[in-house]
Design a protein around this ligand. Structure first.
Ligand SMILES: [Zn+2]
Length: 280
């Protein structure tokens, strides 16, 4: 990691469900609708805000990975041209494609609550069609700690998180050092008390700058290894299919398990599970 570098590399994984004002799948599911187009604009604006803040603080490089759905959401013509962008699928490292030990910090933007969280707009954990619950070392987890553990494997800390209030409170619990920006307060699965998207972008720009200026104050997340990953699937057919992948074991009609030596192996197994499960 290059936290001490004068021109650090910042990695940005940007999702969509946690961006300002978005509350429904109709908005974030890729389509030709005006609603989705607007959601792309919101996401692109938030991405631009963190890119601008990072460069204002002296970042040498910002790598952005479009991490939502088919991963072709950002409006690239409108995105800050200084950033390097990874779009599209299929990607081995999925939401973290492009993150390496060269990165000084990672930013998780537009993140959302886990499936089962009480107040989480569009709460889900990776694949809402396949995954009913994901546990790491027996603890139910959202995408936030899963992805933070992947970054931690490379010695890269999470320095900035944005999303709804549920995401921010999870961040305070599992990544207490990370700066956070609350985009909305989820009231239910399809409703939120929303902040102005302009205010959210202003705060994202400010906190991105603050985070890059504070590099060195953040800690990589390390989970106890080996990591036991256990997943309840939506249907038995998902578990049938996932168990064809070497290393997965059947632990129940809708439960599969994987013992990973480290967070990288855990994450790559999860990526396989997502892609394979979707084919069931
Ligand atoms: Zn998403």
């Amino acid at each position: 990691m290059n936290a001490g570098s004068k021109s650090p590399t910042i990695f940005v994984s940007i999702d969509m469900e946690g961006c300002a004002t978005l509350v429904h799948w109709d908005e974030v599911r890729p389509s030709s609708s005006a609603e989705y187009r607007r959601a792309q604009t919101v996401m692109t604006s938030e991405c631009n805000a963190v890119i601008d803040g990072a460069f204002a603080a002296g970042a040498g490089r910002v790598i952005v990975n479009d991490s939502h759905s088919a991963m072709r959401n950002l409006l690239l013509e409108d995105l800050d041209a200084r950033a390097d962008v990874i779009g599209g699928r299929i990607k081995r490292d999925y939401m973290l494609q492009g993150l390496t030990h060269e990165c000084a910090a990672s930013f998780f933007i537009g993140y959302h609550g886990a499936i089962g969280d009480g107040a989480a707009v569009m709460g889900h954990t990776y694949s809402p069609r396949v995954i009913y619950e994901c546990r790491l070392n027996d603890v139910p987890v959202s995408e936030l700690p899963i992805n933070a553990a992947f970054a931690g494997h490379f010695g890269v800390p999470v320095a900035l998180v944005s999303g709804d209030a549920t995401t921010v409170s999870e961040s305070k619990r599992v990544l207490p050092w990370a700066f956070a920006v609350q985009t909305k307060e989820s009231l239910s699965y399809y409703a939120a008390d929303c902040r102005s998207p302009h205010d959210v972008c202003d705060e994202l720009r400010r906190k991105s700058k603050d985070a890059v200026e504070a590099l060195g104050a953040f800690a990589p997340l390390h989970l106890e290894c080996p990591i036991d990953m256990e997943i309840d699937t939506m249907r038995t057919s998902h578990a049938d299919m996932i168990c064809l992948v070497p290393g997965f074991e059947r632990r129940g009609p809708r439960t599969v398990g994987f013992s990973a030596p480290d967070a990288l192996a855990m994450y790559r197994a999860l990526t396989a599970l997502i892609y394979v499960g979707a084919a069931a």
